[in-house]
Design a protein. Structure first.
Length: 161
């Protein structure tokens, strides 16, 4: 039996939402210095898009990371995304946005407030710290925005004896 289209719009809250996945990263050269923003965005249907920007701003690495996240959030907001899984290799960003008891960074407080407002515009945002080696594509996009090559991959360590 086919379900009428109108019933498809009224899914119960228990049905899992279609999540967009974001990997974001920022670079500052030197630190502080020019900033580059990078993000890899994967839609629920698997379609990928990338973001690589160098705004005419100077800042530290934490500001670059936060602005990369905000650029990805703004793009997703325009595209109508409602549920996100966001990955960042910056523990400061994850702690500031994910822990209500985190001690604020005064110099970046207004920017963090702006990021929180963007996050609040979505139905669901899961923010997760990941190790740097799992964020390589977003890092390469942030570096490319500054005209820099990707980082060389970490060399495998030999077996300890």
């Amino acid at each position: 039996m086919a379900i009428p289209a109108t019933e498809l719009l009224d899914l119960p809250d228990s049905v899992e939402r279609a999540f967009w996945t974001v990997h974001c990263d920022g670079s500052a050269v030197p630190n502080p210095g020019r900033i580059g923003l990078g993000a890899v965005i994967v839609a629920p249907d698997g379609m990928r898009q990338t973001l690589s920007e160098s705004p005419a701003l100077h800042g530290c690495n934490n500001e670059a990371e936060l602005r990369a996240l905000m650029a990805a959030l703004a793009l997703l907001q325009r595209q109508g995304a409602r549920a996100l899984r966001v990955n960042s290799d910056n523990s400061v960003i994850v702690a500031q946005l994910g822990d209500p008891d985190a001690r604020p960074i005064a110099r970046l407080a207004a920017l963090f407030d702006e990021a929180r407002a963007l996050i609040a515009s979505f139905d669901s945002v899961q923010l997760k710290w990941i190790p740097q080696h799992r964020n390589g594509e977003a890092d390469a996009l942030a570096r490319a925005a500054l005209g820099m090559p990707p980082r060389a991959p970490a060399r495998a360590r030999g077996r300890r004896r």
